[in-house]
Design a protein around this ligand. Sequence first.
Ligand code: SF4
Length: 286
Amino acid sequence: MREVFTKTILNKHKKRDSWFLDDYSLNPYQLCEFNCIYCYIKGSRYGEKKDKLAVKINAPTLLEKELYRRAKKKEYGFIALSSATEPWMEAERRYRVTRKCLEIIARYKFPVHCLTKSPLILRDLDLLCEINENAVLPSDLGELGCGSLITFSFSTLDEKIAKIFEPNAPRPIDRLKTIEKIKDYGFYCGIAYIPVLPFISDHNEQLDEMIRVAGELADYVFVGALTLHGVGKQLYFRVLEKHFPELIPKYERLYKFNQSSREYQKKLEKLAIELCKKHGVKYMIR
Ligand code: SF4
């Protein structure tokens, strides 16, 4: 793992993310050691960098300055931790950069939305409890009543499929067990099935089971389609060729462009909403 000094650490969005409700994003690492084949970062300019994985060693120092300034102006908003890396990857055991950032977020009373696949988040539940109770929410999100949102992401619950597409990530069963523990602490916690993998983990029966499980464990569910672009698209197709060659023509039709077709996305959303009603779980956070 390389250690790098970054120039900026807190990204302020022009507009709040309508799904995840974050006004800011914070990525303490560059790229991600979980190495999911479908990860959209692989197709971005960051994914093409040769120097790859790195820890932003000065992230806490920069964050302290940023939040001091923004708290003074009362510019409170959810911080997505993280939008382009895994904040609790294995390297975090040693570097503790995510933990140090959480200490600062707690001190300045900002709300946080944790997006993760990792059981290591359990280490930091003390700070997340503090943030949950004390964070200042933006006035139009006051009804949420919690300063810490925690969302676990999955592309499938099938261990064999996960091994192919998320080779270094914690197993789906370990993520589900972690959600169970987090719920014991009373957090508002959800599951993001993003992305579901076309023709691999998006069949009606699979989604029915995935949303049933979410209904048992979590408070809300997202379901989102796969995006493929740049180098990431080539890599994904290489994996398809090896494990699911019969699906290549279907994918070529569905991914003429970077996004799946509008029709596919609408169908997926409609089914997700129906299944959420069936299993009594909220579709999206509110
Ligand atoms: S865990 Fe998230 S950030 Fe990391 S490789 Fe997988 S999709 Fe990308």
